[in-house]
Design a protein around this ligand. Structure first.
Ligand code: PGA
Length: 252
């Protein structure tokens, strides 16, 4: 049985006092939660240190939203995996479609990041997904197969266990348009088969594949109950303790 995961991608939201407010609210809501679901929050870098402090003794795990693939150097504005690790970060979102489209990250760069993350002990939440145009041109499976193959290229079996895949159709992110449970399940099933072909059956059975893209309290349960959907990567609905808690509860 794969343990379900619900991860919150805060994106560029929440200053210091808002971070304190949201985490306090979540901790209160989750105080009686017995961790049937793995809950992760990924605040911006500026909130990492305070989040780590506030999350002490809670069931909530801490992730970041991006990192550079070098350990250090003249890379103005960047943060390394090693730096995140030194602040007690456990997960890192890599390959998010906003990084791919706005910041021009390609499969090769994302692969470097994935390999660096696992080498320092960070667990990637590795995102893939097709654009609307690609879907309309029947390219969905080709695109996600390429993103998965290239993004996870050269990864060792030992580190493969640490990867969480997030399928996020770009056309569903922040748009209010969700893939229907059967549309999402179709892709998740395909991904699991692809993982089996590439890495073998036991990895395919144990790897968590999350769905992301306009997941909300009112659609989460049906999505999370699909056989190959192991939880979600949540944007908008993770910014309020109430709605994030309701999404988490939908995975129980
Ligand atoms: P959304 O974002 O839930 O606001 O669509 C999801 C994501 O970008 O990870």
């Amino acid at each position: 049985m794969r343990k379900k995961v619900v991860a919150g991608n805060w994106k560029m939201y929440k200053d210091k006092s808002e971070t304190i407010e949201l985490i306090s609210g979540l901790k209160e809501k989750l105080s009686k939660f017995n961790s049937e679901v793995e809950v992760i929050i990924c605040p911006p870098f500026t909130s990492i240190e305070i989040a780590k402090e506030l999350l002490k003794g809670s069931v909530i795990h801490l992730g970041a939203q991006n990192m550079h693939f070098e350990d250090e150097g003249a890379f103005t504005g960047e943060i390394s995996a090693k730096m995140l690790k030194s602040f007690g970060v456990e997960y890192v979102i890599l390959g998010h479609s906003e990084r791919r489209s706005i910041f021009r990250e390609d499969d090769k760069m994302i692969n470097k990041k994935v390999l660096k993350a696992v080498s320092v002990g960070l667990k990637p939440i590795f995102c893939i997904g097709e654009t609307l145009e690609e879907r309309e041109n029947n390219k969905t499976f080709d695109v996600i197969a390429r993103q998965l193959t290239e993004g996870l290229s050269s990864i060792s079996n030992e580190h493969l266990n640490e990867i969480i895949v997030a399928y996020e159709p770009v056309w569903a992110i922040g748009t209010g348009k969700t893939a229907t449970p059967s549309q999402a399940e179709e892709v998740h099933k395909y991904l699991r088969k692809l993982i089996e072909e590439k890495f073998g059956r036991s990895f395919a059975e144990s790897m968590r594949i999350l769905y992301g893209g306009s997941v909300k309290p009112d659609n989460a349960k049906e999505l999370f109950s699909q056989p190959n959907i192991d939880g979600g990567l949540i944007g908008g609905a993770c910014l309020k303790a109430d709605s994030f808690y309701d999404v988490i509860n939908s995975a129980v």
